[in-house]
Design a protein around this ligand. Structure first.
Ligand SMILES: C[S@@+](CC[C@H](N)C(=O)[O-])C[C@H]1O[C@@H](n2cnc3c(N)ncnc32)[C@H](O)[C@@H]1O
Length: 324
């Protein structure tokens, strides 16, 4: 009980210090990892079910059509392994693969990692109900913290999943640092399956982050609401506007919240001045070409074992192995 309260206090301290630092920067910014509190998780579920958010259906299509092939690549001789998933969320797509592995009686332990305790709790109870024979152990934390523990595995091979184009939330440098770091923590024979949204019609991409019903806008506003709720901020949400943009040259889809008036906002006794139309950068969702993705794989020490595409070629799940 005390341990849980202590963990919450540490988490809130980190949240507060990141928000104060981000809003003091020349270009105001807050990390997208703070989108995911209980309310944020709920809104993200709605986003996943929106027609405009094609990413979910595309990756579902890949998992449904290729579950058998993926299971074979992960464990050709039914050898035991750890299946570690970074940013597992509700596990919608992963569950297709988990069921396939169980059906083939392949021995594995599932380790979902997520920053949101709420997402993990929900995944936990749904897995217990839907797959009572599954061996799993969720870990709450930031990918980067948990990454350092990868080497302490139980002697079994590690297979890492990073779905939903979460890699797109990193800048080029961060993406390379992340995949390289995973590479150094894996051993020969270990694998990384990475789900990536591909460059396509810019209008289709932008609509996924700017739906007419305003669900993606609400997802962004919840970040300010969360600061008000958890850090005692006084953001007036009505004075901020959701502003996503997509640049086909860089492949970066960026979300920002714009202050539509000049104003001051107070958080934890610190005052932040906003000029009219000044932005808080909240999220980057970078789109890749297959060529860029393969370059990332090679630069971070992997070779490509398979590329699995959806019917529309919107998305790729690329399976990488450590280069010998
Ligand atoms: C865009 S959702 C994708 C969920 C799932 N992978 C999918 O494809 O449907 C991102 C998930 O990653 C988690 N997440 C975001 N940033 C994280 C971080 N830095 N460390 C750990 N989890 C993170 C969120 O809580 C959320 O559940």
């Amino acid at each position: 009980m005390f341990e849980t309260i202590e963990k919450e206090v540490v988490k809130n301290k980190q949240f507060l210090s990141d928000v104060l630092k981000g809003l003091s920067a020349e270009t105001k910014h807050i990390s997208s990892k703070y989108f995911y509190d209980k309310k944020g998780d709920e809104i993200f579920q709605q986003i996943m079910h929106m027609d405009e958010y094609y990413l979910t259906n595309a990756e579902l299509d890949i998992f449904k059509s290729n579950k058998c092939e993926i299971a074979k690549i992960f464990s050709p001789d039914k050898e035991a392994f750890n299946l570690i998933e970074f940013g597992a969320g509700d596990g919608l797509k992963t569950k297709i693969l988990l069921k396939e592995l169980l059906n083939h009686e392949i021995p594995f332990d599932y380790v979902p990692v997520d920053i949101s305790q709420n997402a993990l709790d929900q995944l936990n109870s749904s897995l217990k109900e839907e797959m009572p024979n599954l061996s799993f152990q969720g870990i709450q934390g930031d990918y980067f913290e948990v990454l350092s523990r990868l080497k302490e595995s139980n002697g079994k091979r590690n297979v890492v999943l990073f779905l939903g184009s979460n890699i797109g939330n990193f800048t080029n440098e961060e993406a390379l640092a992340f995949t390289s770091d995973i590479g150094t923590k894996l051993n020969a024979g270990d694998l990384l399956l990475i789900g990536v949204d591909l460059k396509k019609d810019p209008r289709k991409i932008l609509l996924a982050y700017n739906d007419p019903k305003g669900i993606t806008a609400e997802f962004n506003y919840n970040l300010l609401r969360r600061i008000n709720r958890e850090l005692g901020g006084n953001f007036n949400i009505d004075t901020f506007e959701h502003h996503p943009t997509y640049d086909p040259v860089t492949g970066e889809c960026k979300s920002a919240l714009l202050s539509n008036i000049e104003q001051e906002v107070v958080i934890d006794d610190e005052t932040f001045h906003f000029a009219q139309w000044e932005a808080i950068h909240t999220e980057i969702s970078r789109k890749y070409s297959v060529k860029q993705l393969h370059k990332l794989a090679r630069k971070s020490g992997f070779s490509i074992k398979a590329d699995l595409f959806d019917t529309n070629q919107y998305f790729v799940d690329s399976i990488w192995e450590i280069s010998p």
